[in-house]
Design a protein around this ligand. Structure first.
Ligand SMILES: NC(=O)c1ccc[n+]([C@@H]2O[C@H](COP(=O)([O-])OP(=O)(O)OC[C@H]3O[C@@H](n4cnc5c(N)ncnc54)[C@H](O)[C@@H]3O)[C@@H](O)[C@H]2O)c1
Length: 146
């Protein structure tokens, strides 16, 4: 049992990229000397069956059909968004507003023209705003990785 602090993940979307991200969470501690222990806390998908099946298969402790529960849960540190494109922006902004770290699949918004509607994310001490996106998508959405 490690004495490192835990980094608790809330995953939204359990499709192809959700599985790929969980693959990464499992591999990262074996490859890098992380300052945290990663804990797969809660997974969300649209049906109870999908959410529960993903929780069992991927090792999440909890499952839900309501992604907002992840954002409202103070135990969760990172909101990992692998839902379809059209949902990224609302999910990411809600998570940022709640002070969560956000790990969002590309694109951050469906089309470059939505750029103007992206507010500047609030700067919070210790709140991660890096994007796992490509440089092109990041620039299109006006949310530079820091
Ligand atoms: N597939 C790739 O190679 C790839 C590569 C890079 C980025 N992406 C991006 O990753 C995202 C996901 O792609 P994918 O291939 O995993 O798609 P997918 O269709 O396999 O998975 C999407 C998942 O999100 C779930 N979902 C839909 N609405 C939801 C909601 N309201 N709440 C919770 N879960 C919801 C779906 O049920 C599904 O399980 C997309 O934005 C895509 O552009 C995909």
């Amino acid at each position: 049992m490690s004495d490192k602090p835990k980094l608790r993940i809330g995953l939204i979307g359990t499709g192809f990229m959700g599985k790929a991200h969980v693959f990464g969470f499992a591999a990262a501690p074996k490859v890098f000397d992380l300052p945290y222990d990663i804990e797969l806390h809660t997974v969300a998908d649209v049906t109870e069956q999908a959410a529960q099946a993903a929780a069992r298969a991927m090792g999440f402790a909890h499952a839900t059909t309501d992604w907002r529960r992840l954002i409202d849960d103070p135990a969760i540190d990172v909101i990992d968004i692998t839902a379809p494109n059209a949902l990224h922006k609302d999910m990411a902004l809600a998570a940022i507003a709640a002070g969560k770290h956000v790990y969002c699949e590309k694109p951050l918004a469906p089309w470059p023209r939505t750029r103007a509607k992206w507010p500047t994310p609030p700067r919070r001490r210790g709140s991660g705003r890096r994007s796992g996106s490509t440089i092109c998508a990041t620039r299109c959405c006006g949310w530079p990785a820091t």
